[in-house]
Design a protein around this ligand. Structure first.
Ligand code: FES
Length: 105
């Protein structure tokens, strides 16, 4: 289990306990937790509707893959802290991260 704090589009923060042993990525977990994320492409790094901003803990994540980088590059509001939640496999190193949901809905 890891604890990740999630800020929704209204600025409300909630700490979630997230299992890391179910093979889920962050987008799948957020959707299952009833956050509004369209995830139109189903997690293929092709729609960017799972765009999140990492407020704390960016160093806990691996490098972006090229496809993620290219997709984020199409967003006017993406910056160095932007990631696609579907490309973030849940793992123990993510404990303590704070993220904000940014994708279009
Ligand atoms: S779900 Fe489409 S890019 Fe992540």
């Amino acid at each position: 289990m890891v604890n990740i704090t999630v800020e929704d589009r209204n600025g409300t923060q909630q700490q979630l306990e997230i299992p890391t042993d179910m093979g889920l990525n962050l987008m799948e977990f957020l959707k299952a937790s009833e956050y509004d994320i369209m995830a139109t492409c189903g997690g293929m790094a092709m729609c960017a509707t799972c765009h999140i901003e990492v407020l704390e803990g960016l160093d806990k994540l691996g490098e972006r893959i090229d496809q993620e980088y290219d997709m984020l590059d199409t967003l006017p509001d993406a910056d160095d802290n932007s990631r696609l939640a579907c490309q973030l496999q849940l793992k123990d190193e993510m404990d303590g991260m704070v993220i904000k949901i940014r994708g279009e809905y």
